[in-house]
Design a protein around this ligand. Structure first.
Ligand SMILES: O=P(O)(O)OC[C@H]1O[C@H](OP(=O)(O)OP(=O)(O)O)[C@H](O)[C@@H]1O
Ligand SMILES: O=c1cc[nH]c(=O)[nH]1
Ligand SMILES: [Mg+2]
Length: 209
């Protein structure tokens, strides 16, 4: 079971502080989520395999490297995960994008699925699941179950803020999945919201509250 990688780069930490501020409006919130996702993607793709190729420069033939092997797919968990898609696609524009729609039942805290659409060749791709928030872990665990059912074996999970409870549950349910997060917060409150967190990421991205 891999230890979650906490990405505490100063630029990311600074942007998360702005995200947490309850006075940050939707426009700025969306921009920050996208920028943080872009910075995190840089780190989460550090181990992509490379292969050597020859490229003709205007001066000579260069032995140089390009990304090899299985290609990437990003799978945002709707709605809030959508906010991370722009940023990661800026880093890997050729990646395919699947979608999984889940919402948390406010009473049971279980994830309820309402949509799923994946690239046809998803089983041949490395998949990075995107969701800004990992609270109880139910949504991430369910999304990864769905993706594994399609035959995917190489999965990473990327979130901005995680609760210790969610990290533990996700590691236990999917010990093979590498977790990248930018902040491990204190705990969950009685409504299973992350403390101190940033509130409801989906509502803040889309201005629905
Ligand atoms: O770890 P969990 O306890 O499952 O909680 C985290 C989930 O809750 C939020 O989604 P929400 O249900 O609010 O849906 P939304 O993105 O449509 O707002 C968040 O974006 C995660 O998907
Ligand atoms: O703190 C939380 C928990 C779940 N979903 C959110 O958007 N925020
Ligand atoms: Mg929400």
């Amino acid at each position: 079971m891999a230890t979650p990688m906490i990405m505490d780069h100063p630029l990311i930490q600074h942007k998360i502080s702005l995200l947490r501020d309850k006075n940050t409006g939707s426009k700025e919130f969306r921009e920050l989520v996208s920028e943080i996702a872009m910075l995190m993607c840089y780190e989460a793709t550090r181990d992509l395999p490379l292969k050597e190729v020859e490229i003709e420069t205007p001066i000579a033939v260069a032995k140089t490297k390009i990304i090899a092997g299985s290609k990437l797919a990003f799978v945002p968990i709707l709605r809030a995960g959508l906010g991370m898609v722009d940023g990661v696609l800026k880093m890997v524009p050729a990646a395919k994008v699947g979608h999984i729609g889940l919402y948390r039942d406010p009473d049971t805290k279980q994830a309820v699925e309402y949509y799923a659409k994946f690239p046809v060749d998803i089983e041949r791709r490395e998949v990075i699941v995107l969701d800004p928030m990992l609270a109880t872990g139910a949504s991430a665990i369910d999304a990864i179950n769905q993706i594994k059912q399609r035959g995917v074996t190489n999965i990473k999970f990327m979130c901005i803020i995680a609760a210790p409870e969610g990290l533990e549950a996700l590691q236990k349910a999917h010990p093979d999945v590498s977790i990248y997060c930018a902040s491990k917060d204190q705990s969950l409150n009685e409504h299973a919201y992350i403390v101190p967190g940033l509130g409801d990421a989906g509502d803040r991205i889309f201005g629905t509250k």
